[in-house]
Unconditional design. Structure first.
Length: 256
């Protein structure tokens, strides 16, 4: 059955429009996309995804999803910019957007999201029940599929957790090799930016997959990288000591 949404037409009259049951997920981390898909697909939602702001906006205006879930910190376009561009298109003005973030927290950012046109604002780690409730409220399906039990959802999350952990040593090895350029007086601001992106994704995955030791170390490393990027200069001796310590802690967290 088609989904009907009431919107406002000419002269402010209520008009029923048919909308898609597709949810567009825009996040640069494929693990987060998989986690949300595991929550929504069994309940009858079609899933479309994008991993940067430009691709997310392109898919929004070419595929016309019924709802958009968008991370704030994205390559090629901030989440606020994506919402602003979506809401500027007449065909998407009534499409609800849920913003998610591990970085831009607090009342100010929630208010900012509302001003740009977002329907809801969630901080990571995402609570599955809260996210599901928002999606079902903003895009209710005429006939809900049989809901996945909490045990089934936990099994799927455990699978995602195991899959992420299997890939994590390679990610840590990449981070370690990139950090060597910072530790050996080979300062490269692009390397620092790439490291910042990698640790940011690690924070989000660690929190959502309940890998607290990983997300905690990645969070401390991201803070150090934030400072280095702000300074725009090579790390000091103290920074190098801290970075070496964090790399050691990160390797220990992965082994555990």
């Amino acid at each position: 059955m088609p989904i009907k949404r009431v919107t406002r037409g000419a002269a402010g009259r209520a008009v029923g429009v048919t909308v898609s049951n597709t949810v567009l997920i825009i996040d640069d981390d494929p693990t987060i996309i998989e986690m949300i898909q595991a929550l929504l697909a069994p309940r009858g939602y079609q899933i479309l995804s994008a991993q940067d702001g430009e691709d997310g906006y392109w898919k929004a205006h070419t595929k016309n999803p019924g709802l958009i879930i968008c991370d704030l910190l994205l390559p090629r376009g901030h989440g606020f910019e994506v919402v602003q561009k979506v809401k500027a298109r007449q065909s998407l003005q009534s499409t609800p957007v849920i913003l998610i973030t591990a970085v831009y927290k607090g009342p100010h950012n929630k208010i900012q999201g509302r001003l740009y046109g977002a329907s809801a604002f969630l901080e990571k780690p995402l609570d599955p029940a809260t996210l599901l409730g928002l999606v079902q409220g903003l895009l209710p399906l005429p006939v809900q599929s049989s809901p996945r039990s909490e045990d089934q959802l936990e099994i799927e999350l455990s699978r995602l957790r195991a899959d992420y952990l299997s890939k994590l040593p390679a990610v840590v090895d990449w981070i370690t090799r990139r950090c060597q350029t910072l530790l050996n007086d080979q300062w490269d601001i692009e390397d620092a930016r790439l490291l910042h992106q990698a640790t940011h994704r690690m924070i989000g995955c660690g929190r959502n997959l309940k890998l607290d030791s990983v997300s905690n170390v990645a969070g401390r490393m991201e803070c150090l990288l934030d400072n280095l990027l702000e300074q725009g200069s090579p790390p000091s001796d103290d920074d190098r000591i801290l970075l070496n310590s964090l790399l050691s802690d990160l390797c220990s967290a992965v082994i555990l």
